[in-house]
Design a protein around this ligand. Structure first.
Ligand SMILES: Nc1ncnc2c1ncn2[C@@H]1O[C@H](COP(=O)(O)OP(=O)(O)O)[C@@H](O)[C@H]1O
Ligand SMILES: [Mg+2]
Length: 264
């Protein structure tokens, strides 16, 4: 029963791709997994074989169903999916207001799911600050920031470290942020330099690197986990290692049962 939140100041850095494939990696470790999409783009579901026209989602129904377990969409993989779904502006704004105003909203919504023994819940977020990220930061067990091995990402690290990205919650929280550096390509000079700089700068808080690997995009196009599409790919190896590292961190958390936790 752990909640892991993936986020990034930037879009297009691989949050959704990593959320989905980390979910498959945790499942390979024998853990039950739930993934939740907090991004209106509603793209996470595509990694789990939902057809484009499938409008199902929890956001439009979150008011009526306080327990989101009842809104879970089962997937062929066995991973439980909460797709963002199709929501109109009014539904989206009401959902965001609720996330922002009611500190118990998310806790209650996830309580039953997180009570399942060993459950790992992975939350995919929209780029940058958002009501979802604020709410997740209050109750997440682990926070993962995804960066690219480029100068623009490197320039954002001080901002993240100062708490400007994770906002007030980070200042109050003792929770460290773990970083994943995505799209590493050592054949490109600037990419290599940035990777080495960030490795030195981030030290132990760098959870791992994911190499730039077309197999990830091809796996999505084939609607397969990277571990089924190309188990010997660099990306499969990288993502598996990061999942193992996160699993170790979950083990060492030894936090009180979810329902008995105090909100940060
Ligand atoms: N390690 C990688 N190697 C190659 N392509 C990647 C890698 N990670 C992500 N991508 C591609 O980058 C694009 C953006 O990824 P996505 O997961 O949608 O990012 P985000 O959720 O942060 O917006 C997608 O086309 C995805 O296939
Ligand atoms: Mg995304």
């Amino acid at each position: 029963m752990s909640l892991i939140c993936l986020s990034s100041p930037k879009g297009g850095v691989g949050k959704t791709t990593l959320t989905a494939n980390l979910a498959f990696a945790f499942q390979r470790l024998g853990l039950p997994v739930t993934v939740i999409d907090f991004d209106v783009q509603n793209a996470l579901r595509l990694h789990f074989g939902l057809p484009l026209g499938d409008a199902r989602g929890y956001v439009a129904l979150a008011e009526q169903h306080r327990d989101w377990k009842r809104l879970v969409v089962p997937t062929a993989s066995g991973i439980r999916l909460l797709p963002y779904g199709v929501a109109d502006d009014a539904q989206r704004l009401a959902f965001e207001a609720r996330l922002g105003e009611d500190p118990l909203f998310l806790t209650e919504a996830l309580q039953t799911l997180l009570a399942i023994p060993h459950m790992v819940v992975l939350a995919d977020t929209p780029p940058g600050p958002s009501p979802a990220l604020n709410a997740l930061n209050r109750i997440a067990d682990l926070r993962v920031a995804v960066l690219l091995a480029d100068a623009a990402s490197a320039a954002l690290v001080p901002q993240i470290e100062q708490g400007l990205f994770f906002s007030a919650q980070q200042a109050r929280s003792h929770l460290p942020v773990g970083y994943v550096l995505n799209q590493v390509d050592r054949r490109r000079r600037l990419n290599l330099d940035t990777t080495e700089f960030l490795q030195a700068r981030l030290g132990d808080s760098l959870l791992g690197l994911v190499h730039r690997d077309e197999a990830l995009a091809e796996a999505l196009a084939s609607q397969l986990p990277i571990f089924a599409f190309d188990p010997t790919s660099a990306a499969a190896y990288d993502i598996d290692r990061i999942a193992q590292r996160l699993a170790q961190q979950i083990e060492s958390l030894k936090r009180p049962p979810y329902g008995q936790r105090q909100l940060r």
